[in-house]
Every structure is written in C-alpha cells, then in structure tokens.
Unconditional design. Structure first.
Length: 114
C-alpha cells in the first residue's frame, strides 16, 4: 500500500451510485487516475485487506465505479470476470477483488502496492 493519503471515499446513490474520491492528491496521481466499472448486478464487498479473510468495511452498490490506486496479490477469488489473485486498492486500507472490476485485462493495470 502506498504511504500517501488518498482522501475520503463518498458514495453517491444517484446516477449509477458513483464512487468518488475527494481530497488532495498529487498532480501526477490525479492525471493518471481513472474510474473502473464494477460488475453489473453485483454488490461488491470492500475489505480491509486483499482476501476474503479480511473484514468487510462497506459494500458497494450495483453499478458503482471505483478508482484503482494500486494493485496487490492476495487470496485467489472467482468472480464474473474470471479467477484471479489480484486485489484493487480503492482507498487507504480498502480493497476489492479485481474479478469484480472491469479493467479490460487479466493482469495488472495499475502499479503494485508498496
């Protein structure tokens, strides 16, 4: 996980339940940041670490979009987009399985978490 603070995560119920990150971010991070669609028809568990053994901190609504700050290997999970051990860091200490996020790739699309 990177050491810089990413800001607060807010959920908006309207307009497809968009997940937004609010706060200050380094200019390079903001320029490279994009949002990814979660799998349609699924409410996604957001966990405190890269595996199902970690507690669920919150649940994303259907149709959420998430930023991916970095990715890390963890527990292997099967979801609508295949089977993978890649977990996406969507905020400080918060992870979702990459198998529930439409990244367009079976591999890493963001830097590895440190």
């Amino acid at each position: 996980m990177t050491s810089r603070r990413r800001g607060s995560v807010l959920f908006a119920a309207a307009a497809g339940a968009l997940l937004m990150v609010v706060g200050s971010a380094a200019t390079a991070d903001a320029a490279a940041l994009r949002y990814y669609d979660t799998a349609p028809g699924y409410r996604i568990n957001v966990r405190t670490g890269p595996g199902t053994q970690y507690p669920v901190r919150q649940v994303l609504p259907e149709g959420a979009k998430v930023p991916i700050f970095c990715q890390t290997p963890g527990m292997t999970v099967t979801g609508p987009y295949g089977t993978s051990n890649i977990w996406d860091n969507i905020d400080d200490g918060l992870f979702v399985s990459d198998t529930y996020v439409q990244t367009g790739s079976d591999g890493y699309v963001r830097p590895r978490c440190s």
